[in-house]
Write a new protein. Structure first.
Length: 269
C-alpha cells in the first residue's frame, strides 16, 4: 500500500476551498479532461442564504464532535484500491462492495490481470456488488486509461496535482463522478475534497447546509464552501455516523438529536 499524504496541510499554492470563486474547479480550469462538470453553472450560484448556511457549521461541528469525537485521517487503502472499491460500491451497500472487492483481490494477482481478465469471468467474480455487467467493463476501461496515461497501475500522481486537476482527471474516467473522485482524494490521499454520499446528502439537506433541490453532484462544491478544508474528513465521518445512528432516512430520531436546535427540518416539523 502506498499512502502518500499524512496530514491535512494544503499543498503549497493550493487555493483555499473557502473561496467560492476559486472553489469550483471546473469553472476555472479549462475543459482539459472533458470533465462532465465543466460546462455547468457554478452550484454556489444556485444556493440562497449561503452565509446563513455557513453559520451553521461551527455549532453543528462542535455538537457532533461532542457526540462522536474526532477521528484523525489515516490512509486505509491506496488510491487504486480506493478507486476500484468505489466503482464496486456504486448502487450497493458496503457489505456487498467489500465481498466483491475481496473476491476480486483473491481471484487476480494484480491490476494487469484484472484488466485483461475474461470479461465473463470478471463479471462473475464481482457479482456480489450488483450491476456486475456494467461494473466489470467499467473497471477494465479505467485500468486501461490509467496504464495508458501513467505507464503503471498507480494513481499516486494525483497527490502531486492541484486539487482541481486531480478531480477533473478522476471525473474524466468513465463511470467516475464527483463522489468517487472526492472519496479517492480524501480517503486515499488526504486531499481537501468533501465526498457527499447518501447519508451526507440527506442529513445536510435536513440541517439546511444545502437546499432541498440541489443535486448530490452539486452538493459537493457547496459543502466544500461551508466546511473548512482541514475538517473535511472529520466532518464527513461525523455526518455519516449521525445519518446512521440518529438521522435515519425514514424516521429520524429528532427527540434525541444533539443538533436539533440548528436543524431546519426539526424547526419546520
Ligand atoms: S433534528 Fe432530526 S432531522 Fe434534524 S439532524 Fe437531527 S435527527 Fe436529523
Amino acid at each position: 500500500m502506498s499512502c502518500r499524504k499524512t496530514s491535512w496541510q494544503l499543498p503549497k499554492g493550493e487555493p483555499s476551498l473557502q473561496n467560492s470563486s476559486v472553489l469550483y474547479a471546473c469553472d476555472v480550469t479549462p475543459d482539459r479532461y472533458n470533465c462532465p462538470m465543466a460546462k455547468r453553472k457554478d452550484p454556489l450560484e444556485k444556493v440562497d442564504n449561503l452565509d446563513a448556511r455557513k453559520a451553521k457549521y461551527l455549532p453543528v461541528a462542535a455538537a457532533l464532535t461532542d457526540e462522536y469525537g474526532l477521528l484523525d485521517w489515516s490512509c486505509q487503502q491506496d488510491g487504486m484500491d480506493e478507486l476500484i472499491s468505489c466503482i464496486l460500491s456504486q448502487s450497493t451497500n458496503d457489505t456487498n462492495r467489500d465481498r466483491a472487492f475481496a473476491r476480486l483481490k483473491e481471484a487476480y494477482p494484480d491490476w494487469e490481470a484484472v484488466r485483461f481478465a475474461d470479461l465473463e469471468e470478471l463479471t462473475d467474480v464481482i457479482r456480489p456488488a450488483g450491476l456486475a455487467n456494467q461494473k466489470a467493463p467499467r473497471i477494465q476501461n479505467v485500468l486501461g486509461v490509467i496504464y495508458d496515461e501513467a505507464g503503471q497501475y498507480n494513481i499516486d500522481f494525483l497527490s502531486d496535482q492541484s486539487i482541481e486537476d486531480a478531480k477533473n482527471w478522476l471525473c474524466s474516467l468513465r463511470g467516475v463522478g464527483p463522489k468517487t473522485a472526492a472519496i479517492v482524494l480524501c480517503f486515499a490521499y488526504g486531499r481537501p475534497a468533501f465526498p457527499v454520499d447518501t447519508h451526507i446528502y440527506r442529513v445536510s439537506k435536513r440541517i439546511g447546509f444545502i437546499p432541498d433541490k440541489l443535486s448530490a453532484n452539486d452538493a459537493h462544491p457547496v459543502m466544500e464552501a461551508i466546511v473548512p478544508p482541514e475538517a473535511y474528513y472529520q466532518f464527513h465521518i461525523q455526518l455519516i455516523q449521525h445519518g446512521r445512528d440518529t438521522c435515519h432516512a425514514r424516521k429520524p430520531a429528532c427527540e434525541r438529536c444533539p443538533i436539533s436546535k440548528y436543524c431546519d427540518f426539526f424547526a419546520a416539523d
